[in-house]
Write a protein that binds this ligand. Structure first.
Ligand SMILES: O=C(O)C(=O)CO
Length: 332
């Protein structure tokens, strides 16, 4: 009997041996379709018996979004989409669920590396490190660096208290910050570990620093918009390592220009890799090119986690880390 067909969409760099070891339970192939149109043709041909896919964030450049239109073209055998990343906003969950397709992501493996970058952005924004760094390169030493603020004693509001949010909390507390959070649901005392649960409006109105750690989906797009900025304290500091589109970038640029937002640190952008001109030219903004999980250790852990999901899908018909919407729906 032939083994189930598993397709790789994108690249595996660090866990090649683990990928190859999957061949004990699956027939492996690597997608060579050049674009979405060709991929759809190949789904009717050489990929017509695929059962599970390992997909990377960058593979959206080949297939486009995994949306209702693409899912209609999937062969009936394809029942598992295993995504390499915490954020799975490139995959439309509802049509997958309707077609009986399980989706897995990479929770927990990304938490520490992303929270490290997040904390660095909070510190960088509070301490005006971008202005200091560009001033140095212009030969101004620290004469043009405005006096900064300490993290010690500041109130940090975390929007989205999942694994990354909680890892940011632990780091922020080590720097003397007090943490409050807003989340769809209040966490258990073990998970919130002393952070106060507040309403979204209270978080906006009282936080000195706001950290965005919520997933992007249809409900969270532009969670931070003009109305939200208007509710914030004057001179608030913002960090975002989640997804650019949880914040209205044009409204952020205005809020920076008006001084409502004192400074911010961003690893993600609404239309990345394109960045709003108003952010590029504003030296108060610390910018990183979506490097949250880009460490050797974390990339390897993520690839292995996806491979483990594929193995579980093949051997027990259930991925290990089903996305929360599908867990909540109780359909698998
Ligand atoms: O894992 C993800 O979703 C990322 O965006 C990596 O930074």
């Amino acid at each position: 009997m032939s083994k189930p067909h598993v397709l790789l969409l994108g690249d595996i760099t660090h866990a090649k041996a683990e990928w190859e070891a999957l061949s004990d339970v699956a027939t492996l192939s690597i997608c060579d379709s050049g674009n979405r149109e060709q991929f759809i043709k190949d789904l009717k041909g050489k990929y017509s018996d695929v059962v599970a896919v390992f997909r990377t964030f960058k593979s959206v450049g080949i297939t486009g979004r995994i949306d209702a239109e693409l899912i209609k073209e999937f062969p009936p055998t394809l029942k598992f989409v295993c995504h390499n990343g915490a954020g799975y906003d490139q995959i439309d969950v509802e049509p997958c669920s309707a077609a009986g397709i399980q989706i897995s992501n990479c929770p927990s493996t990304v938490d520490d590396a992303t929270a490290d970058v997040n904390m660095m952005l909070i510190l960088g924004a509070l301490r005006n490190f971008n202005q200091a760094a560009v001033g140095l390169r212009r030969g101004e030493w620290n004469s043009t660096t405005p006096l900064a603020n300490d993290p010690e004693g500041k109130l940090l509001g975390i929007v989205g208290m999942g694994g990354i949010g909680r890892a940011v909390k632990r780091r922020a507390e080590a720097f003397g910050m007090t943490v409050q959070y807003y989340n769809r649901r209040e966490l258990s005392p073990e998970l919130s570990a002393g952070a106060k649960y507040v309403s979204f409006d209270e978080l906006l109105a009282t936080s000195d620093v706001i950290s965005l750690n919520l997933p992007l989906n249809a409900n969270t797009r532009h969670t931070i918009n003009k109305a939200a900025f208007d509710k914030m304290k004057d001179g608030v500091v913002i960090a975002n390592t989640a997804r650019g589109a949880v914040m209205d970038e044009a409204a952020l640029v205005e809020a920076l220009e008006s001084g409502k937002v004192k400074s911010c640190g961003l690893d993600v952008f609404e239309n990345e890799p394109t960045i709003h001109e108003g952010l590029l030219k504003n030296e108060k903004v610390m910018l990183l090119p979506h490097v949250g999980t880009l460490t050797y250790e974390t990339q390897k852990k993520m690839e292995v986690q996806v491979i483990d999901n594929i193995r579980a899908a093949i051997t027990s018909a259930k991925v290990n880390t089903l996305v929360p919407e599908q867990v909540a729906a109780g359909i698998f």
